[in-house]
Design a protein around this ligand. Structure first.
Ligand SMILES: C[S@@+](CC[C@H](N)C(=O)[O-])C[C@H]1O[C@@H](n2cnc3c(N)ncnc32)[C@H](O)[C@@H]1O
Length: 289
C-alpha cells in the first residue's frame, strides 16, 4: 500500500505526562487495608467509580463511562503503581491466549503502512504490530497510567492520549485500524461513535480489525461449551459472567455486520472461536461499488 496522509495530533512524550498517585497507590501492597480492598473487589463487592487525582495529565479528556473498576481491578486502569502489571495479569487470566490473539490481529494488518491501535492499553498490541514490520504504528488510549508503559515498551511507535470515538486525526490518516478487547468496554452509543470515527480516519481501501470476547461465551450453554471447547470453554464463560464488565451486554447484543455496513464498511469476515471473536471489515474505494 502507498504511504498515507498526515495525521494531526503530535505524539505524546513521556516528560509531558504527569501521573499523580491515585487512592489505591497510597496503600502498601503488604497492608491489611490493601489486601481487604483487593479481596472484596475480586469477589465483586464494593465496586466503585474510579477516582482521578487533580493534576493528572489529560484528566478532562477521560469520560465518566470509562471510570469503572473493570475486571474487578481496584481503581480500574488508573493506578501509578499497579498499571505495570496489567498486561501480565490479563494474559495470565486469559490462559496465555492474548499474545496469540494480538499476533493474529497484527498479521491481518501486515500489508499496511500506517496502523492505529485503538485502546492500546500498556502497548502489548502495539508491540505485536511493530513486530509485524508495519512502519508507522500509533497507539491511542484513554488511560494515561497505561499509556506510560506503552510508550516505554515501544520506542518505534507513537502514542496519543484520548478517546477512540473522537480522535484528532485527519480524514484518511491510516490504512489499518485495530481494537483488541476494547469495544465491549464502552456503552452502545460510544461503540457506534467509534465505528463511525474509524470509517472517517481510514483511507479508502483501508482495513479495520476488531478482536473481542467470543459470543460463544455468552450464547452457548455450559454443556455445549464443555463439549466443544472442554474445560477452558467453561472457564471463559465463568470469567465473562463474574468479572466486572458493565457494558458487555451492549456488545453481545450488537449485530456488528449491520452496524459496520450502516457506517459504510464492507464486511470481510466475522469468526467466533474461543476465546475471541475476530471481525475484519474494509472501507470501500469508489471502484468497489
Ligand atoms: C482490555 S484493555 C485492552 C488493551 C490492549 N488492546 C490489549 O490488547 O492489551 C481495554 C483498553 O481500552 C481502553 N479504552 C476503553 N475505552 C476507550 C475509549 N473510548 N477510547 C480509548 N481507549 C479506551 C482502556 O483504557 C484499556 O486500556
Amino acid at each position: 500500500m502507498d504511504s498515507v496522509l498526515p495525521k494531526g495530533p503530535q505524539p505524546l512524550s513521556l516528560d509531558a505526562i504527569d501521573l499523580p498517585l491515585t487512592s489505591i497507590d497510597t496503600l502498601s501492597p503488604m497492608s491489611p487495608t490493601f489486601f481487604y480492598k483487593l479481596i472484596t473487589k475480586v469477589l465483586g463487592f464494593n465496586l466503585k467509580k474510579v477516582d482521578l487525582p487533580d493534576g493528572l495529565t489529560g484528566k478532562n479528556k477521560i469520560p465518566s463511562y470509562a471510570l469503572q473498576e473493570f475486571h474487578n481491578l481496584p481503581n480500574g486502569y488508573y493506578s501509578a503503581h499497579f498499571s505495570g502489571g496489567y498486561s501480565a495479569g490479563f494474559n495470565f487470566f486469559m490462559l496465555g491466549e492474548m499474545n496469540r490473539v494480538r499476533k493474529d490481529m497484527s498479521t491481518e494488518l501486515s500489508d499496511c503502512t500506517s496502523v492505529l491501535d485503538l485502546g492500546c492499553g500498556d502497548g502489548s498490541s502495539v508491540k505485536a504490530l511493530c513486530d509485524e514490520g508495519i512502519p508507522d504504528v500509533w497507539g491511542l488510549d484513554v488511560s494515561p497510567y497505561l499509556l506510560v508503559h506503552a510508550i516505554q515498551r515501544n520506542k518505534m511507535a507513537k502514542f496519543v492520549h484520548g478517546v477512540a470515538e473522537s480522535t484528532d486525526f485527519h480524514d484518511g490518516s491510516f490504512d489499518g485500524i485495530c481494537a483488541c478487547w476494547v469495544l465491549h468496554e464502552v456503552p452502545a452509543e460510544i461503540c457506534d461513535s467509534i465505528l463511525k470515527e474509524c470509517f472517517r480516519i481510514l483511507k479508502p481501501g483501508g482495513k479495520l480489525v476488531i478482536m473481542e470476547p467470543s459470543k460463544h461465551q455468552f450464547k452457548k450453554g455450559y454443556l455445549q461449551l464443555l463439549r466443544e471447547f472442554g474445560l477452558r470453554g467453561l472457564y471463559y464463560r465463568f470469567l465473562a459472567t463474574f468479572i466486572h464488565e458493565p457494558y458487555i451486554n451492549d456488545w453481545q447484543d450488537r449485530d456488528i455486520k449491520s452496524s459496520l455496513e450502516s457506517y459504510g464498511f464492507a464486511m470481510v469476515s466475522n469468526i467466533n472461536s474461543m476465546p475471541e471473536e475476530k471481525i475484519v471489515a474494509k472501507k470501500p474505494v469508489l471502484t468497489d461499488f
